[in-house]
Ligand binder design. Structure first.
Ligand code: ATP
Length: 325
């Protein structure tokens, strides 16, 4: 019995049933799986991503299979090889591979029926860690908005019903059940920033600001709401400046709106995010672009932004033959 955990689960309404649970075998997703299996008997499936490169991955899979059998929940396993490309962080590569694996598992036939929603065990401590990591990188609003409780990703409804529940409450609830879970040894490894945050910063925060989980969550909510507005404004501005954007139309906007719409365009049309320095340089070039001969050709993310006539293009497949002005 744990009130915070039970309250969060009672408030959770998945967008669709049957429901998949992202099941790593760790404490949080074990509690989530057990709670979902009891709330929606026969309508829950476990999705396990097997990280082929990790030596213990086969043991994790066997553990998950045993727990699923105990709970009477079907298990789907998908193998990924999340080797990261140069310049890509291992965490980002693993996360991307995980969501692709969830989408692939959702396309397989499960005995429970077609899967359109997945639920993940991220909790209040994970959310605070995500915020602190974003601050440590100097992230903008999208980073400060941390993880949403509900989002669409790779065609699936992704739910995180435990975002307001501290990790300790989840474990307290799980201890009342007779179910085993895995303690991932890499969670103790202080070479990872996330683990240092957990071991060093969270206890200090608890001593200094006892309510930090709730107050940080409020700030995260404000950032997410502001980011939503910026997204709406960017979509409206993109409709006006065009895709690819017309340079003269960009120049009619304030610098902050240019930055907002260019970031949105690069992400929506090309799936890339410029660094703050690159975006700043690009804005300087857009402002300076007042003659027919002004050339723009700048490195932006993993490609280049380039002036072609009246338009600003982005490419990463080698320069265009017509690429002068
Ligand atoms: N290998 C995996 N297969 C399926 N889902 C996973 C996997 N790893 C993580 N998840 C999902 O993502 C959530 C958050 O991931 P994170 O890496 O923080 O968890 P974890 O420490 O591996 O395990 P847990 O959160 O279950 O204790 C998990 O609660 C789980 O729902």
């Amino acid at each position: 019995m744990n009130e915070a955990f039970e309250r969060a689960m009672a408030a959770f309404e998945p967008a669709h049933l049957p429901l998949a649970v992202g099941f790593s075998g760790g404490a949080d997703s074990t509690a989530l799986l057990a709670a979902c299996a009891s709330a929606w008997p026969g309508r829950v499936v476990a999705f396990h991503v097997h990280h082929g490169l990790q030596a213990a991955a086969d043991d994790f899979e066997r553990h998950c299979a045993a727990v699923c059998e105990r709970l009477g929940v079907p298990l789907v396993v998908h193998r990924v090889d999340a080797r990261h490309a140069q310049g890509d962080s291992p965490e980002d590569a693993a996360r991307r591979a995980r969501y692709e694996a969830f989408a692939a598992m959702a396309r397989t036939d499960t005995t429970a029926g077609a899967i359109k929603s997945i639920v993940l065990g991220h909790h209040a401590d994970d959310q605070v860690e995500t915020l602190l990591l974003a601050l440590s990188r100097g992230a903008g609003l999208p980073g400060l908005a941390a993880m949403p409780a509900h989002a669409q990703r790779n065609g699936l409804d992704v739910h995180r019903p435990l975002l307001a529940v501290p990790g300790a409450d989840i474990r307290a609830w799980l201890k009342g059940l007779d179910l085993p879970w895995i303690e991932d040894p890499t969670n103790e490894d202080e070479r990872y920033t996330r683990n240092r945050i957990r071991a060093v910063l969270l206890p200090a925060l608890a001593r200094t600001f006892p309510q930090f989980r709730a107050t940080f969550a409020r700030s995260i909510g404000h950032a997410a709401q502001a980011q939503e507005l910026l997204g709406e404004l960017a979509a409206q501005d993109l409709a006006v400046v065009g895709n690819p954007p017309r340079i003269a139309a960009l120049q009619a906007l304030s610098r902050a709106r240019q930055a907002n719409v260019l970031r949105h365009w690069l992400m929506q049309a090309h799936g890339c995010a410029p660094s703050a320095a690159q975006l700043d340089q690009l804005l300087d070039q857009v402002r300076a672009c007042t003659t027919r001969g002004h050339r723009i050709h700048l490195k932006v993310a993993n490609g280049f932004a380039q002036r072609r006539g009246d338009l600003l293009h982005w490419y990463n497949s080698g320069p265009s033959p017509k690429a002068s002005r």
